[in-house]
Design a protein around this ligand. Sequence first.
Ligand code: NAD
Length: 360
Amino acid sequence: MTKNIAVIKGDGIGPEIVTEAIKVLDRIAEKYGHTFYYEQLLMGGCSIDANGVPLTDETIERCKASDAVLMGSIGGNTSTSPWYKLPPQLRPEAGLLALRKALGLFANLRPCVLFPQLSGACPLKEEISAKGFDMLIMRELTGGLYFGERRTEEINGVITAVDTLKYDENEIRRIAVKAFDVAMKRNKKVTSVDKANVLDTSRLWRKVVEEVAKDYPEVKYEHMLVDNCAMQLVKDPAQFDVMVTENMFGDILSDEASMITGSIGMLASASMNESKFGLYEPSGGSAPDIAGQNKANPIATILSAAMMLRYSFDMTAEADAVEAAVNKVLDAGYRTGDIMSEGMRLVSCSEMGDKIVEFI
Ligand code: NAD
């Protein structure tokens, strides 16, 4: 297969970690007979320096013309970088929000995996972490409370603020379909998280999820209230496969879930639209504290590239091969600084990429 990949290396450690992900993709192309073309684009701080704005129309158009976008991370030190003296709409992060919007990316996919080799970094009790876990949180990204009408006003001398939580059935259906599609490529279980005992939006959410579930008889599904889900995540995270939820619940639960893996440098993520198109990036930021030192952990970006193979290109064997290589490298004891522990072998960002390539 031939695929065109838009590449946004971004700022800070972005160029270092994306370079390693491309090494891995090149090895996959070589092994499985594919051709990947890469087009380098600017977004974030580097685009401000080159173009005066964090995102140009050209970057949007080139991303739209690609089969998928691979991104590093954007932004700088928010206290010292001159980018943060600019008005908010001209700062690096505004570019990312505008790009997600322009590409219609409504579903955020965050796998949270506790690799057994790194279970020591998990803050949960050993009897829980020993089992490991491998879940994917799918968060609705463009609706709900964060996008509803809001205002602050004085009523009878009392300052009052209002935010509106709104979802229509089409917004719920498209993310539910995405969740069941993804579950078909994983362990065929969906947990839909809501607050249906209180909220109308949640009752509609449940109804639509149940309708969608009928089209996926192989997938087991359940509903869970969000407060219970927050507890279950720390009590028994191994019970989850795909979790699907609305924007604000997803925001909070996905941070809770990433915390229990213990390592930001290992967490991949993707944002997708209705088709198979997606933007793939690590969950972490641009880590200005270690940028340019060849110290960053490239695994999150490499696992994001594996998600691109699986979900945008339907290259299941290829994605499995990347994930297996990451496991083998960890088994062999190679560690970047952020996941280093006693008795392991410390490697640089580029050495980690080389080792993963070797194991494919
Ligand atoms: P951060 O994730 O960049 O860094 C937090 C800590 O995690 C730092 O100690 C960093 O060294 C470490 N870290 C992060 N990724 C790592 C990796 N791959 N390997 C090893 N260590 C890693 O968060 P921050 O410091 O709050 O933000 C820095 C900049 O990144 C800010 O400008 C912020 O706005 C931006 N940011 C961008 C994105 C994105 O591009 N999607 C996401 C979050 C933050």
